[in-house]
Ligand binder design. Structure first.
Ligand code: PAF
Length: 283
């Protein structure tokens, strides 16, 4: 079935309202497009959870810094639409920036504790942009459930916290990272790796596995695990951070890890910034 494509914010609000009046649950998958199998997996899981599934595609200018890749971020709407039709999404919301942020726009959402750590340290304003757009999309769609990939672990945690703190009442779900067969986390930015960089990129996954194996073998010192992590990724990788954090609040454990922990990394390979993470206690 052709997917219903909606551009006007008020139309997506109205469509979702009518579905809810007709007793259909609504699941929501926000994206920036250039959809890969990981996104399609989110849509498939969304279909299991609700009668109607809305996907948004919006390359949100607010979450890109002035030196970042907003202009070159991959945009392929027609292909994305066909992919969404193939997995049976019901509506595609593709708003204009001028409708989402009209002249005179003034209101933003900021998380005081988490905005400036990990990725936030290197991308000032990024999470303010993410939380602001997601809050706006939540208000328009008013979904029962919203799905996010755990590849963007900090984003997922911050959206969950916003949902709780601002009482949206949405069931916010994190879905495990979808990986290529060689372990590379799926990402729209992988399209920009050169063939040589694409071959090297799975080293990030292997480094995380090495850290996890050391942890499982009894190494519980955060600093030693972080050193091992960094040593596994020599140049041409350029690390922004490679850290161990508590899974629940993303704070750094005291040196000895006692609560469920996650390792998180951001690294540049050529001109591409890659992020990934692994929960240490997961099988
Ligand atoms: O993860 C993304 O694609 C974006 O950050 C999101 C959540 C759609 C907000 O623009």
């Amino acid at each position: 079935m052709p997917i219903k494509t909606i551009i006007a914010p008020e139309e997506v609000r109205q469509t979702c309202l009518e579905w809810r009046i007709n007793r259909s649950n609504v699941a929501f998958v926000p994206t920036m497009g250039a959809l890969h199998d990981g996104h399609l997996q989110l849509v498939k899981e969304a279909k299991e959870l609700a009668q109607k599934v809305v996907v948004s595609i919006f390359v949100n200018p607010l979450q890109f810094g002035p030196q970042e890749d907003f202009a070159t971020y991959p945009r392929m709407l027609q292909i994305d639409r066909e992919k969404l039709e193939s997995v049976g999404a019901d509506a595609l919301f593709v708003p204009n920036a001028a409708d989402m942020y009209p002249d005179g726009y003034q209101t933003y959402i900021y998380n005081n504790a988490l905005a400036d750590i990990l990725c936030g340290r290197f991308r000032p304003g990024h999470f303010q942009g993410v939380l602001t757009i997601v809050a706006k999309l939540f208000h328009l769609v008013q979904p029962d459930v919203a799905l996010f990939g755990k590849k963007d672990y900090q984003q997922f945690k911050m959206i969950s916290k916003m949902n709780a703190d601002l009482m949206f009442g949405i069931n916010v779900r994190g879905i495990p990272t979808f990986r290529e067969s060689d372990g590379l986390a799926m990402s729209s930015r992988n399209l920009r790796l050169s063939p040589e960089e694409r071959q090297m990129a799975p080293s990030i996954y292997h480094a995380m596995q090495a850290v996890k194996a050391a942890y499982r073998a009894g190494e519980t010192s955060r600093t030693r695990l972080e050193k091992l992590f960094a040593a596994e990724l020599p140049p041409p990788f350029r690390l922004e951070y490679a850290e161990v954090r508590n899974q629940d609040d993303l704070l750094a454990p005291d040196d000895r890890i006692e609560k469920p922990a996650v390792i998180l990394i951001a690294a540049h390979l050529g001109s591409v910034r890659l992020i990934d993470n692994l929960e240490l206690s997961e099988p």
